[in-house]
Ligand binder design. Structure first.
Ligand code: HEC
Length: 159
């Protein structure tokens, strides 16, 4: 049995004995602070629409696109250079003037051992990219650099 004679305790009518009434202010600060924090915390997570799943999905999406981008960026030159079909390009862009076999027609004979403008890769690339004399159209706007390079290679190997 607790003794009512203890000065630091106060007895109530219902018999409950209360410890010293003076509660330090930091208790209130902590107590109500925690309640306030809890209310704000719960409110935020309930009503802001945030949840860990959507945040995960969001970050995963960014991660995936970033990685896919760098994957394709790294892979593009490889696939591009291997997937360029110079023969097909020649058939669709050049054969109309230079002939199916490149031996000339309206355009010059590209199997010729001597070219008017020079029979080296750089000159041929310039012929294709910039055109010549207004009769050989320029393809710099239609074809990519590596396609032009592949065509130059192809043209120089026409026999
Ligand atoms: C509209 C017709 C036409 C098309 C299409 C065309 N060419 Fe020509 N090409 C010409 C003519 C005409 C000349 C000659 C120009 C000259 O003598 O000044 C020429 C010149 C060239 C030359 C320079 C040859 C030399 O003697 O120096 C190259 C290389 C060439 N063409 C490649 C190509 C390639 C590759 C393509 C396809 C991407 C192509 N041409 C498409 C008409 C064409």
């Amino acid at each position: 049995m607790m003794s009512n004679s203890d000065q630091s305790h106060e007895a109530h009518a219902d018999g409950i004995i209360e410890a010293g009434k003076k509660v330090p202010f930091y208790f209130y600060l902590l107590f109500f602070g925690l309640i306030a924090w809890g209310v704000v915390f719960i409110g935020y997570f309930l009503f802001s629409g945030w949840n860990s799943h959507s945040e995960f999905d969001e970050k995963m999406a960014t991660h995936t696109t970033t990685y896919n981008q760098s994957d394709t960026a790294a892979a593009t030159p490889l696939t591009a250079s291997t997937s360029i079909d110079a023969k097909k390009l020649f058939a669709s862009y050049c054969s109309g003037c230079h002939g199916e076999d490149g031996k000339g027609g309206y355009g010059s004979d590209l199997s010729s051992p001597s070219y008017k403008y020079g029979r080296d890769t750089d000159t041929v690339k310039t012929s294709i990219a910039d055109g010549r004399e207004g009769r050989m159209p320029s393809f710099g706007n239609q074809l990519k650099d590596d396609e032009i390079a592949a065509l130059a290679e192809y043209v120089l190997n026409i026999k």
